[in-house]
Design a protein. Structure first.
Length: 204
């Protein structure tokens, strides 16, 4: 394994969390290097963010493959070439198959904009808003191949106030993501994460 902790980020869209992670590696908040962006949309803004940061991108068109396993095998080979230690999903809008999940069990994480197991799946912020809960938040969890079903690593609560709108709630959720996700990634880089079944501990 390479001496520097090496990260691959999977993203499909704007790349705001990707940018936060890049900046955290640059300012020393995360003692690691992002060595690869994996993206399923060639025109996604996150690709340009990676280019500006000098980070290699692996961009693919899922429609060019007969099934998900085919392109995931190619991604897996690229991850191995880059000697990736941790896979970080940051707005990657595709379910993963065992081709990748099994290779990176315990070393693949995702962030979800709710306090799981509440409001899994798409539009979690909108789901919480429509339901009328008073507290929602974000969850960083291990990836197990299900829809937001992996073991919880960390959560951060976000209060929904009477004066909030859906837009202001989204802003608060995104601010919480930018605070928590780099912290959790740094725990992996420092080898502080211990997993036993569904119980995840931070050994500080």
């Amino acid at each position: 394994m390479a001496s520097t902790f090496r990260i691959a980020v999977f993203a499909s869209g704007q790349g705001s969390n990707f940018q936060t992670l890049v900046e955290a590696t640059q300012n020393g908040r995360i003692d690691a290097e992002i060595v690869l962006l994996v993206c399923d949309k060639a025109k996604a803004p996150v690709v340009e963010r990676a280019n500006k940061a000098g980070i290699d991108s692996y961009v693919f068109d899922p429609k060019a493959y007969a099934k998900r396993e085919d392109y995931e095998l190619e991604i897996a080979a690229e991850l191995e070439r880059k000697q990736v230690d941790l896979v970080v999903l940051a707005g990657y809008m595709r379910l993963l198959t065992p081709v990748l999940v099994d290779r990176y069990t315990g070393r693949m994480i995702n962030i979800h904009p709710s306090l799981l197991p509440a409001f899994p799946g798409k539009d979690a912020i909108g789901q919480a808003w429509e339901y009328g809960v008073k507290t929602t938040g974000i969850t960083v969890h291990l990836v197990d191949g299900g829809m937001d079903t992996g073991a919880v690593i960390a959560q951060k609560a976000v209060e929904i106030r009477n004066e909030d709108s859906l837009e202001s709630l989204e802003e608060k959720i995104h601010a919480a993501e930018k605070e928590l996700y780099p912290e959790v990634v740094s725990w992996f880089a420092k080898e502080l994460i211990h997993v036993e079944g569904r119980k995840v501990s931070v050994m500080q």
